[in-house]
Design a protein around this ligand. Structure first.
Ligand SMILES: *Cc1c(COP(=O)(O)O)cnc(C)c1O
Length: 425
């Protein structure tokens, strides 16, 4: 079967042929590939063509595809059963690994996705503060739940849907959406909604409007203003957790949020999410406290075993982070050179092992400036690169990721391919 034939079949039985919108490659005007398998830094489609993968399942695969340690840990766990609905040893081990990697949390609760982690963190914040409003930032994505799919980036921005039909406006009315990095707007919101704001929810490094970095004082400002107003600070570290450092953005920037949300890397490619905080907050969750949150498959043994393998690998050699960062810097420096040689205006936002190339001459500091990027140019770049065998994220407003499977040789090979893609722009 060809990609085209398979995708036609997919469209017959699944809306748009996909299980998540951005996978349809719509915003980049490309025919989607259908995957046969992944190995290391590569994806192979069902026609046998190989692609160097910088999408990496949207972030979880920091060790690449089918990492040996991860696969064998999953097999070991699978041999004992794939779901119990009762506490298992793998779950305990992963919770310990996560808690010990972070200075800011004492306990974690596992859920099955990043979406659930954020939903639960918001309920917890509202339950503790007894206040209704949350602040989020335009372009930050926090999963698809009602209260946060407002001014959301990534898939929604790409498709140009304002929020989404299906959310009564009353539900969204407790969400205040501000511009990222805008301290003045933040102060205004806190004075306008005095004593009514339960929490500020933020991607400490935004990854879902493309990579957007926090201004020097931004995260500090979020910390102080929430403290002054008895609101909680929630870091959505679903991407940045174990991506920027073992202790995520909280460690990287030296900021102490009240609640941290995890997903992606902590499951190594298996479905998972988690949220953590200090004891005085976590003790409010049922069964210890009154705030209810539950899940049939939460703490699933296969997901947590997979996560154990990833986190143990990362924590056994934290020089991984420096190596990934150096490789990313080498990669983006060269991409930038090639684009400049061709006279193409661009800005690359980058940190650790993630980056985004924007086709604009503006500094990209929020969603508005991100949207100045020439998305037609991005689409063309995507399609040319795909043709050459490089798979980048299928939207301007997503991040490229590197994994430990991306060697210098593979990066150099990618640069050759991207040179051809850029020549054809
Ligand atoms: C991916 C993502 C989510 C949602 O996680 P899912 O597992 O897809 O539900 C939430 N927040 C951020 C920052 C993400 O990148």
């Amino acid at each position: 079967m060809t990609n085209k034939e398979a995708f036609e079949l997919a469209k017959r039985y699944m809306p748009g042929g996909v299980s998540s919108p951005v996978r349809a490659f719509k915003s980049v005007g490309a025919e989607p590939i259908v995957v046969n398998r992944g190995f290391g830094a590569f994806i192979e489609d069902i026609e046998g063509k190989h692609y160097i993968d910088y999408m990496l399942s949207f972030g979880p695969l920091i060790l690449g595809h089918r990492n040996e340690i991860v696969v064998s840990k999953i097999m070991e766990a699978l041999d004992k059963g794939n779901s119990f609905g009762i506490t298992n040893l793998y779950e305990i081990e992963l919770s310990e690994l996560i808690v010990k990697s972070s200075k800011v949390i004492d306990k974690v609760r596992f859920v099955s996705s990043g979406t659930e982690a954020v939903m639960s963190a918001i309920r917890l914040a509202r339950g503790i503060t007894n206040k209704p409003y949350i602040i989020k930032f335009d372009g930050c994505y926090h999963g698809f739940s009602d209260s946060v799919l407002v001014g959301a980036g990534s898939g929604v921005a790409t498709l140009g849907i304002p929020g989404t039909p299906g959310i009564p406006k009353e539900f969204a009315s407790f969400t205040i959406v501000l511009d990222y990095n805008d301290e003045e707007a933040l102060e205004e919101a806190f004075s306008k909604y005095k004593n009514q704001i339960a929490a500020v929810l933020v991607e400490p490094v935004a990854g879902n409007m493309g990579v957007v970095l926090p201004k020097e004082s931004w995260l500090n400002k979020l910390r102080t203003i929430t403290k002054e107003n008895d609101a909680l600070l929630i870091f959505d570290e679903v991407i940045t957790g174990f991506r920027l450092a073992l202790g995520g953005a909280a460690e990287y920037f030296g900021i102490e949020p009240d609640i941290v949300c995890y997903g992606k890397i902590i499951g190594g490619g298996m479905p998972i999410g988690a949220y953590g905080a200090k004891n005085h907050i976590m003790e409010k969750i049922a069964p210890e406290g009154p705030i209810y949150q539950a899940g049939t498959l939460s703490g699933n043994p296969i997901s947590v075993a997979s996560g154990i393998a990833v986190l143990k690998t990362l924590s056994s050699d934290i020089s991984i982070y420096d190596r990934l960062s150096e490789l990313r810097a080498y990669f983006t420096y060269n991409i930038s050179q090639m684009l400049s040689d061709k006279g193409i205006a661009h800005k690359i936002n980058e940190i650790s092992s993630m980056f985004t190339i924007f086709f604009t001459d503006k500094e990209v500091i929020d969603f508005k400036s991100a949207k100045t990027s020439d998305t037609n140019m991005f689409g063309k770049f995507f399609r040319n690169a795909l043709q050459e065998g490089v798979l980048m994220p299928p939207s301007q407003f997503e991040a490229w990721f590197l994994s430990t499977a991306h060697t210098k040789d593979i990066i150099d090979k990618s640069l050759e391919k991207l040179q051809k893609a850029i020549d054809l722009l």
